[in-house]
Design a binder for this molecule. Structure first.
Ligand code: SF4
Length: 555
């Protein structure tokens, strides 16, 4: 009998058997139970997906929602109408226009110290309200004398996930004169614990009381120039004395309506692509780190000592954040509704006890990243590299290389500059903002930076540095941003550990292959990052409307 014939025979037998059985058990034949018209979101596939994901979540978390809760969740998570594509960024934003010229970013703009958990949702908004406060103080005294109110309105992603990030606390802190690098995280904690506090803001002779009530979570969707848009106003009754629209464009960088970038000097080695940057390094028989140092000096007018002094501050802050995270008690519970237990200290201890050296390495590197990232989750001071959410990746490698491997500090300094160059290129041609490009723009870029740092520390040639960075970025492409409950904890904290380990893997591959045979160049991968960011469904761009944010059941 041919197979075809056998199949046909089997097929013809199946209905009869089925119908026979149905005579005994009416529920075997369920065809009549299937409605001809399937309501949106309750089609079989969606239902099975939600049931499976919800069930898996329940098993994993030991949390078993009641049938009523499950039903509510199913209705709540019914497939929404086709999600609107993210509106394009306004063409007059500097982050869009700057693609045309050479890279002019400097390290002191790029690596910023500030409170976690998200550079775009905490450091950016705090810088914005601080900037507004400075502008307001310059208004004529007679106008200030009439002022009655300061008001902040948050839009887009700042409104959608700001509560989980503590955006309102960061915005209020800036309004009353705090800057990200110097704000005491305990002050931000006190705003969380005692939200009714009122603070006087001195404007000329006038003093205006402000509180968290003056920070308004406004529309999450609209025709915004950037997904992270906010406005700040100084009012005299209904009259607007001063109003400014701002954009937190990622990595703690900010712009405002009518923004013009500060004038900068020309870089000594102009580059807008990795190919050009590597060309400078090769032509001058030097490293990418040294090319970036020369550019820093020419763009900012700083001396080598001044540039390295800033880099040292950043390195020291990274080391401090890992140390501080490791020293927290095991099983400390992070703030927020997830009640996530910290694990950096435990992973570190157990990794150190591992009898296999290679496992020990992966374990401790993960623990370093968890430590810094948990500090970010606590809202403590972290360093944007390139963002708060990804603030565990670079520190893990810096700590491991400097404190464990004991490599010379000068190597790490150069590595920090090479890592920054990768971040500059991603910012220049793509984005560092999860609200624009998902997690590939945060952890992906951080991992690529860390890979470049590592390759530089081990004296690899420019091509290997590029290949390592490329590999690390390539294997994060498409990664979405879906923080559970809007808190930068799940998946963010573990994701930093994976980003750090991937950076090391990328370095290991790049330094062991024949560099010229690496088929993908960094510029192509950065272009893919930019395109993927544009194509990504807006639900996966830091809105907490999809992915894990939807499937994880909190109880
Ligand atoms: S999922 Fe990634 S991009 Fe989104 S908040 Fe977490 S770390 Fe940042």
């Amino acid at each position: 009998m041919s197979n075809k014939h056998a199949d046909e025979t089997a097929d013809t037998l199946r209905p009869a058997t089925h119908l026979e059985a149905s005579r005994e058990d009416p529920l075997v034949d369920t065809r009549q139970l299937i409605a001809p018209e399937i309501p949106r979101g309750v089609d079989r596939r969606s239902f099975l997906m939600r049931s499976a994901v919800g069930g898996a979540a329940a098993v994993l978390t030991g949390c078993s929602p009641s049938p009523a809760e499950k039903t509510a969740k199913a209705v709540e998570t019914a497939a929404p109408p086709a999600a609107a594509a993210a509106p394009p960024l306004a063409s007059d934003l500097y982050i869009v226009m700057r693609e045309k010229g050479p890279v002019l970013t400097t390290v002191d703009e790029f690596y910023k110290v500030g409170p976690g958990p998200s550079s775009s949702h905490t450091i950016g908004p705090m810088r914005i309200t601080y900037d507004f406060y400075q502008r307001a103080t310059k208004l004529p005294a007679d106008q200030l004398a009439t002022a009655t109110k300061l008001q902040v309105n948050l839009f887009g992603s700042l409104s959608a996930t700001g509560k989980g990030h503590g955006t309102e606390r960061a915005a209020l802190a800036g309004l009353i004169g705090n800057e990200p690098a110097t704000v005491d995280p305990k002050f931000l904690d006190s705003l969380r614990d005692k939200p009714d506090q009122v603070f006087p803001v001195k404007l000329g002779d006038k003093s205006i009381d402000v509180s968290l009530k003056d920070v308004i979570y406004d529309a999450t969707k609209g025709d915004f120039k950037h997904p992270n848009t906010m406005t700040v106003k100084l009012l005299a009754g209904d009259k607007v004395l001063l109003e400014q629209e701002y954009y937190s464009v990622g990595g703690g960088f900010i712009e405002w309506k009518g923004y013009t970038p500060p004038k900068k000097n020309a870089p000594k080695y102009p580059f807008a692509t990795m190919k050009e940057l590597r060309g400078h390094a090769d032509a001058n028989k030097t490293t990418i780190g040294k090319i970036i140092l020369a550019n820093e000096m020419s763009i900012s007018g700083k001396s080598e000592e001044e540039v390295y002094a800033w880099v040292d501050k950043v390195i020291n802050a990274m080391v401090a954040t890992v140390k501080s995270g490791l020293s927290m008690p095991e099983d400390d519970v992070l703030p927020g509704p997830i009640k996530l237990h910290s694990k950096a200290a435990t992973v570190y201890k157990r990794a150190m006890d591992d009898k296999f050296q290679s496992d020990r390495g992966i374990g401790v590197l993960s623990a370093f990243a968890l430590a810094a990232s948990e500090e970010n989750g606590r809202g403590h001071l972290v360093i944007t590299a390139p963002t708060g959410g990804s603030a565990g990746v670079m520190p893990a490698l810096v700590y491991g290389l400097l404190e464990v491997r004991k490599v010379p500090r000068q190597k790490v300094r150069e590595g920090m500059l090479a890592g920054a160059a990768i971040g500059y290129l991603c910012k220049h041609h793509a984005t560092l903002s999860a609200a624009e490009g998902g997690c590939q723009a945060e952890i992906g870029v951080a991992s690529a930076m860390a890979a470049a740092l590592t390759a530089t520390v081990f004296d690899e040639e420019a091509r290997v540095v590029e290949n390592a960075a490329e590999s690390a970025l390539e294997h994060h492409l498409g990664m979405t941003c879906d923080p559970v409950a809007g808190y930068v904890q799940v998946p963010c904290i573990e994701r930093c550990a994976f980003g750090a380990v991937k950076a090391w893997t990328a370095y290991a591959i790049a330094s062991n292959e024949i560099a010229s045979r690496h088929r993908v160049d960094l510029d192509a991968t950065v272009a893919a990052l930019a395109q993927t960011a544009k194509d990504m469904n807006s639900k996966y761009k830091e809105t907490s409307e999809a992915g894990l944010a939807l499937s994880v059941v909190l109880c």
